[in-house]
Design a protein around this ligand. Structure first.
Ligand code: SF4
Length: 314
């Protein structure tokens, strides 16, 4: 039996639903008769790995809903990749967020001057301007961002909690909940370390993303925006168009990061847009009202591993 139960909280629809279900596990309403966590252990922690590059809407949502969760005894923690090898942020009120300036505290920031590391799955061209097709990557860098910015910081936090509680790092010592829903079944996968056991409560309850929204609405809770980095290369055309139409910091930072990674892997130029063009050329200007709702956006996790078991876009 696991000694520590922790949720990876991305502040998207699925993971927020799990946090809220943990908060309201005593509820006996009609919807909770169908979907409830009453047969699951109580969470010891809900841990958000803050890339520092989340969209503004996600930070706003997290700030708004953190007190609601904490008032209902959900222990929230936010961790971040940082120069201090194990930056583990204690529970604080309000919870810690690395909001601004963008990328501070993140040595693996995608566009730091002098940092040639590009951890996001950026697209590239060969010397003659063609897509790179060698190494089966089809002109796209290997995705390392999820591991560096999300999985590693969460694991550092889990190990710190285990040390504090004198929990031995034995097989299955940690039960880690991930917010994968029925419509994303293929994204679930086992943990690659023995001491962590991945659990998918939404799959066990047979809940889809739409069911999560039904549950949230039934409890008068807001629906979170999709959670992802401002410059995530996995976005589809309409998602980019919407980001451009909305403008503000999300678009400005994406354009900035796109330009900053261009020459990080000479001689191959890098881009955040799959069209392999500078972002402002690649994304058409379409009025927001002419675009379909955000919910219909598609993310491309064609590498097969998704963003590692629900850490991104959840
Ligand atoms: S949202 Fe995209 S860029 Fe951000 S960590 Fe996940 S895959 Fe990487």
């Amino acid at each position: 039996m696991a000694k520590l139960v922790a949720l990876s909280l991305g502040w998207g629809v699925q993971s927020f639903t799990l946090a809220a279900m943990d908060a309201l596990r005593a509820c006996e309403c009609e919807v909770c008769q169908r979907w409830s966590l009453r047969d699951f252990p109580r969470l010891d922690a809900a841990i958000h790995a803050d890339t520092t590059w989340e969209r503004e809407a996600t930070y706003t949502f997290a700030w708004a809903m953190s007190p609601w969760l904490r008032e209902r005894n959900v222990a929230l923690y936010t961790v971040s990749d940082a120069k201090q090898a194990a930056r583990v942020v204690e529970q604080s009120d309000p919870p810690f967020f690395t909001l601004a300036p963008q990328g501070t505290g993140s040595p693996s920031a995608p566009a730091e001057p002098g940092n040639s590391n590009v951890f996001m799955p950026a697209y590239s061209l060969d010397e003659s301007g063609r897509r790179l097709t060698a190494r089966k990557r089809k002109g796209q860098l290997k995705r390392q961002c999820t591991g560096r910015w999300k999985i590693d910081p969460i694991r550092r936090m889990l190990r710190a909690m285990m040390r504090e509680r004198k929990i031995k790092r034995v097989r299955g010592a940690v039960e880690q909940w991930l917010g994968i829903s029925m419509d994303e079944l293929e994204r679930s996968k086992d943990s690659d370390v023995q001491y962590i056991y991945h659990r998918y409560p939404l799959l066990e309850l047979g809940m889809s993303r739409a069911d999560c929204k039904t549950w949230l609405r039934a409890h008068n809770l807001p629906i979170p925006p999709k959670s992802r980095c401002k410059f995530c290369p996995y976005q589809d055309r309409n998602s980019w168009r919407r980001q451009r139409a909305m403008g503000g910091q999300d678009w400005a930072v994406a354009v900035q990061v796109d330009a900053a990674i261009r020459d990080k892997r000479p001689p191959h130029p890098l881009f955040v847009h799959r069209g392999r063009l500078p972002l402002e050329q690649a994304v058409e200007i379409i009025p927001l009202v002419a675009l379909p709702p955000e919910e219909s956006d598609d993310e491309d996790f064609s590498e097969g591993a998704a963003c590692d078991s629900g850490y991104c876009f959840m």
